[in-house]
Design a binder for this molecule. Structure first.
Ligand code: FES
Ligand SMILES: [Fe+2]
Length: 461
């Protein structure tokens, strides 16, 4: 069997979570009885430069992730506040695989109540969203307030005299916190505050939110849901990957160049590591790719052609001559790809949520956003822009996810590499926990796996 030596620590010294003295395994290494590499601890599956295939294929890993990575140890993204617009609004979401109702009480305060009847376990609400002061379980009629308390059970005499309703309220998420409209939840009472946990990622979220002249962002339309037959981490691996676009999205780039003089994304194909774009590792598993420096002359002029957009441009230039360039730039994406571990991806103007369904089954939910403080034409063109990538680019990515999952069926080839950028000197010295590097560096993967180990080992407090 082949034996490729594991790569040593990169020159930046950033990947500190990996002990210099630790003995490294080699790809395809076997133990004496002929079995594949022995994997007794979670950390055995994550080396400095590679991860074990079972992280993507083993149902036992998935079950543990659902408990620990998705809300058990630290924060997980749940929804945007604009999806719960008024008192008594509710929204059906998931925390990992736990069905969850986000609700507002009569004062507008947010609650996270598990959508799981305390009687025999049925979901009590089967609608996606709406307005309700209480929920009645369709199975046997138990009724709960939108803050979780049990209001009543039909024919209570059947439970004897000492039936205490206060004991049977719905289980609640220990902590729900927001950052400028983004709602997160965790079961860990000791988790840091959301702004502390987001850390330097707040700067990037602020940029994204403050593109709206009045700082208001809305999720108003129905979501675009796409499923793929692959592990959820394949989407997270890819979100910070500046290596693949010019290969994986070649047909999109070729179509755009046939239709006009678009520069959007084509800069990924021209030695992107020498260009002005940068990728940043932000700590706690978060990362961002900044495409903005590649956009000379503004975002609008670089955008791929969109059928019919000329009429809107004329209209905006005629009606708002002073602000036209600024408004047109707001019609197209924010030119950052921000990944908040484990399940929130900000891509252009969209909010994408990763929903793990099974070890090799994932749903991606794309929410288009509108912004306040702009004429309605801007939000109309913005919507056309947001329809572009999910239709013409995302299928390329999902095909890759499914083909990686298929490739991982070769059990004898055990390791997935994430070593690009190691030993190159690409990475900057850490500054306030942030390391910047070239866009094709796989630092984003190495960084989030450090967080992954922390959560799986339960070491978050
Ligand atoms: S399961 Fe909800 S009332 Fe019986
Ligand atoms: Fe992609």
């Amino acid at each position: 069997m082949r034996n490729r030596n594991s790569q040593r620590k990169g020159s930046s010294g950033h990947d500190q979570a990996f002990d210099e003295g630790e003995e490294k395994m080699t790809i395809g290494e076997t133990v004496s009885d002929g079995a594949l590499t022995e994997l007794s601890r979670w950390s055995d599956r994550v080396l400095e430069d590679r991860v074990h295939r079972t992280l993507y294929t083993d149902p036992a890993v998935f079950e543990e992730e659902i408990v620990k990575v998705f809300g058990g140890q630290s924060w997980v993204y749940l929804a945007h506040e604009s999806q719960l617009p008024k008192p008594h609004s509710y929204l059906s979401v998931r925390m990992g695989q736990r069905p969850l109702l986000l609700t507002r009480d009569r004062n507008g305060a947010l609650h996270g109540i598990f959508n799981r009847c305390t009687h025999r376990g049925a979901t009590i609400c089967r609608d996606e969203a709406g307005v309700a002061k209480s929920f009645q379980c369709p199975y046997h009629g138990w009724t709960f307030r939108n803050t979780g308390e049990l209001v009543g059970a039909p024919w209570p005499e059947g439970y004897g005299m000492d039936f205490d309703k206060s004991q049977f309220g719905l289980l609640k998420v220990n902590r729900i916190e927001t950052y400028r409209g983004f709602i997160f939840g965790t079961l860990n009472e000791d988790a840091p505050s959301v702004p502390d946990w987001l850390g330097p990622a707040t700067t990037w979220l602020d940029y994204w939110i403050d593109r709206a002249p009045d700082g208001e962002v809305f999720v108003r339309s129905a979501a675009y849901r796409m499923g793929y037959r692959g592990n959820w981490k394949l989407a997270y691996d890819n979100a910070g990957d500046g290596y693949h676009p010019s290969f994986s999205h070649r047909s999109l780039l070729e179509m755009a160049s046939r239709m006009g003089d678009s520069k959007d994304m084509s800069y990924f194909g021209r030695t992107p590591d020498d260009g002005p774009m940068r990728s940043y590792s932000l700590g706690n598993g978060h990362s961002v790719i900044d495409q903005r420096p590649a956009h000379e002359g503004g975002f609008w002029v670089n955008q791929r052609p969109q059928p019919g957009r000329e009429r809107f441009e004329e209209e905006i230039r005629a009606k708002y001559p002073e602000r036209a360039d600024e408004l047109l730039d707001l019609c197209v994406g924010a030119q950052i790809n921000l990944s908040i571990f484990p399940n929130l991806l900000i891509i252009g103007n969209q909010i994408q949520v990763i929903e793990p369904l099974a070890v090799a089954q994932t749903q991606l939910i794309w929410h288009a956003t509108s912004i306040g403080g702009v004429p309605e034409e801007v939000n109309t063109v913005r919507m056309r822009t947001q329809e572009d990538f999910p239709a013409f680019g995302e299928p390329d990515d999902q095909a890759n996810f499914e083909e990686v999952q298929r490739g991982l069926g070769v059990v004898e080839e055990e390791w997935i590499l994430m070593n690009r950028g190691l030993g190159t000197g690409w990475q900057s010295a850490p500054e306030d926990g942030v390391v910047s590097t070239a866009v094709t560096d796989e630092l984003h993967m190495r960084s989030y796996y450090v967080e992954w180990i922390k959560r799986m080992d339960g070491d978050q407090a």
